[in-house]
Design a protein around this ligand. Sequence first.
Ligand code: PGA
Length: 252
Amino acid sequence: MRKILIAGNWKMNGSTAANEVLVSGIVAGVPEGDGFSLLVCPSFPYLASVAGMVAGSKVALGAQNVSEHASGAFTGETAPSMLKDVGCEFVIVGHSERRAIYGETSADVAAKFQAAQAAGITPILCVGETLEEREAGATEKVIDEQLDAVLDAAGADSFAAAVIAYEPVWAIGTGMTASPEQAQDVHKHIRARLATHNAELAEKVQILYGGSMKGENAPGLLCMPDIDGGLIGGASLKASDFLAIAEAAAQN
Ligand code: PGA
């Protein structure tokens, strides 16, 4: 049985005071059960302080981006070893906002994926199509290109220490969620593609859904056979909203 992972991607939101309220609320309200785990991904300046807030709780810490380089003259960048140093266990790579706004290519994302793993951090690899691509019938082609870049660079076995997040771009921050069936179709496709390389591993990889997931739609999504959790943006910024999704995971 794959464990469910509920991950909060705070994006560029938060402050010392707001994080305190959010994290203490989450930590105090973690539902009973061990079939799921929780993760929060704050912005870089808050990683160390949030590490302190989640210490000893069931909530893990992750970052939203990472450099593909180990150290050196890369002004403004953050090395994977630095994330590890402050207590990160996970890092999101290839979020569609990084791809679309900052021009990250699938090759860049693959390099970040490998750099994170080399530092002992689990990458959460985001893949997903735009509305235009979906309407053109290109969803699987787009996902395959994004996935294959990492498979080619890092090898299929690298997915033993990675998480995948399917995030249809048209569903991110729009309130438009993929239906459980639409998401399941793509999750199944991703798992099948991995299975062509390593069937045993493909069965074990967690594939999260991201895109306007909230307490109300989480139960329907999480009960699909290939959906193993959520990467949550908007609904991760309020403890009660995030905990409603955690509750759905606990009951699944
Ligand atoms: P959303 O964001 O939940 O606000 O749609 C998801 C994400 O971008 O990871």
